[in-house]
Write a protein that binds this ligand. Structure first.
Ligand code: PAF
Length: 282
């Protein structure tokens, strides 16, 4: 497995593989890899001859008051996760490599799935995500790229961007990986104290409360949202940033639950903002 920090090195290696007729999968990440990322790398390794994992904490997708400086980093542990998952190449560029002096070209989604949810509560976030993912797709030119469904809105935004910009890469969504008690894996879970870690369980339990209600025949969105928020708000350390029932493909709010809907939420546990979602269907 190779580690490259320069775009030209990545291009050359991928061109060599593609010249040999090998398929390439890309797993874009911000590092501090956990079992959720490992599942993406493993899926990519099953479905492609070569796997590139990018590790880059993308400054463009963080707001001015967000956690860019404290975002956890551990390249040597990440290298081991990539090796075990079957990656062939890690691309670990510096910010200057991707955003050189004078950089001023961005990919900005102005509607569709980027509206609402994280698009509303983190202005500029999806502009940063789309810009970096478009750059990575151009650089690596993978046959397939892998993203987790925990970031369901991000996945919908990337699918839309790839369609809108006629990019040839197939976008593959992979299931959320959870701790045994249900907490969705996230690099930001490392910020939680023991007390906050216990409190964070309210997010999944809230989503499950909504799921049970829908499965029992409730089709009213208000009743379902109330069941979810009641469970989350029963936890004193939790504060809901957003909670919504949306169409799983275009992320627009749904008015009834006659069709499957995604219950998506962002919740502050102390100062840590966590996102999660669950598909609800009767
Ligand atoms: O999901 C992430 O880790 C990031 O948003 C991504 C897709 C790697 C872009 O920086």
């Amino acid at each position: 497995m190779h580690i490259c920090s320069h775009s030209n090195d990545v291009r050359q290696r991928v061109a060599m593989w593609q010249g040999e007729g090998l398929s390439v999968g890309l797993v874009p990440t911000m590092g501090y890899l956990h079992r959720g990322h490992a599942s993406l790398i493993e899926a990519a390794a099953r479905e492609n001859d070569r796997v590139v994992v990018s590790i880059f904490v993308n400054p463009l997708q963080f707001g001015a008051t967000e956690d860019l400086a404290s975002y956890p980093r551990d390249l040597s542990r990440d290298t081991e996760v990539c090796r075990q998952g079957g990656a062939s190449l890690i691309f670990n560029p510096s910010p200057d490599e991707l955003y050189p002096e004078g950089f001023c070209s961005y990919v900005n989604m102005e509607g569709g799935p980027s509206l609402g949810l994280c698009g509303a509560s983190r202005p500029g976030h999806f502009r940063g995500v789309c810009t970096v993912v478009a750059k990575l797709l151009h650089l690596v030119q993978p046959h397939r790229a892998y993203f987790g469904q925990k970031d369901a809105q991000q996945l919908a935004v990337i699918r839309r961007m790839v369609l809108d910009l006629n990019l040839p890469t197939a976008i593959v969504g992979c299931p959320i990986v959870r701790e045994p008690d249900g907490l969705a894996l996230s690099s930001r879970n490392s910020y939680l104290s023991a007390e906050e870690r216990r409190a964070a369980l309210c997010i999944y339990e809230g989503l499950l409360a909504g799921k049970s209600l829908v499965e029992a025949g409730e089709a009213g969105t208000e009743a379902v949202l109330r069941a979810v928020s009641t469970r989350i708000e029963a936890e004193p350390l939790a504060r809901i940033d957003y909670l919504a029932l949306v169409d799983p493909l275009d992320m627009r709010p749904v008015q009834t639950l006659n069709e499957p809907a995604l219950c998506a939420t962002a919740v502050y546990i102390g100062t840590t903002r966590l996102i999660d979602n669950l598909l609800l269907k009767s």
